[in-house]
Design a protein around this ligand. Structure first.
Ligand SMILES: [Zn+2]
Length: 86
């Protein structure tokens, strides 16, 4: 487990809550982690309107993306469409 994810987990533990995560669907397909095949994630939001992304021609995107963080290995998946809780 990476140092960053340990720190995130430690943060949740400090709050007395280790997230189990939820199952999500994107485009009618269940999301599973491409790294460890786990299927529970914690949803988050990230802003996309940075100079770097404008340069990469992502101006058409919504300016915010959904992130799903795998609660097993900590891998973060990005989606421009909203994941549905399954
Ligand atoms: Zn994973």
């Amino acid at each position: 487990m990476g140092r960053f994810f340990r720190a995130v987990k430690a943060g949740f533990e400090a709050m007395g809550e280790v997230p189990k995560g939820d199952r999500f669907e994107v485009a009618e397909k269940a999301v599973s982690c491409p790294h460890c095949a786990h299927d529970h994630f914690v949803e988050g939001r990230a802003q996309l309107n940075t100079a770097g992304l404008t340069f990469m021609n992502l101006d058409w995107a919504n300016r915010s993306a959904a992130t799903l963080t795998c609660t097993s290995c900590g891998r973060i998946e990005w989606f421009l469409s909203d994941p549905k809780e399954a």
